[in-house]
Design a protein around this ligand. Structure first.
Ligand code: 5GP
Ligand code: ZN
Length: 113
């Protein structure tokens, strides 16, 4: 998607603080962190959100969660705790319409529901 900000970050057309990348996903620091640690894990494939997912994407979504847990271990928040969030459409406040998963941690997050 030529006008998608996360596609541009994946293609290195827009700079980011990248913390992980492989053939399927990238992970970079959120520009407006909502916790001490706030990283976005993003598939290179442009999916709008989880509703855009097809059966063939099951492995990709599993890989995203594997990468998120690997990053959490490596940066040292697996023991203290972290939260994975994916906002889906308007009621959830999704503003970037390229599927992404927030990793939030590094401080106590409290419950939000
Ligand atoms: P959403 O509300 O769609 O779930 O989250 C989008 C996230 O993307 C927000 O937390 C926002 O701060 C982050 N974001 C938007 N534009 C950029 C950008 O250009 N660079 C980075 N690193 N994060 C961005
Ligand atoms: Zn995109």
């Amino acid at each position: 998607m030529s006008d998608c900000i996360f596609c541009k970050i994946a293609n290195k057309e827009i700079p980011s603080q990248m913390v992980y990348e492989d053939d399927l996903v990238i992970a970079f620091k959120d520009i407006a962190p909502q916790a001490d640690i706030h990283i976005l894990v993003v598939p290179r494939k442009h999916l709008v959100n989880l509703s855009d997912m097809e059966e063939g994407d099951k492995e990709l979504i599993g890989h995203i969660h594997y990468v998120a847990s690997k990053i959490a271990r490596e940066i040292g928040i697996a023991e203290s705790g972290f939260r994975i969030v994916s906002n889906h459409n308007t009621d959830a406040g999704q503003v970037v319409f390229h599927l992404h998963f927030h990793i939030l941690g590094g401080n106590s997050l409290g419950k939000f529901w």
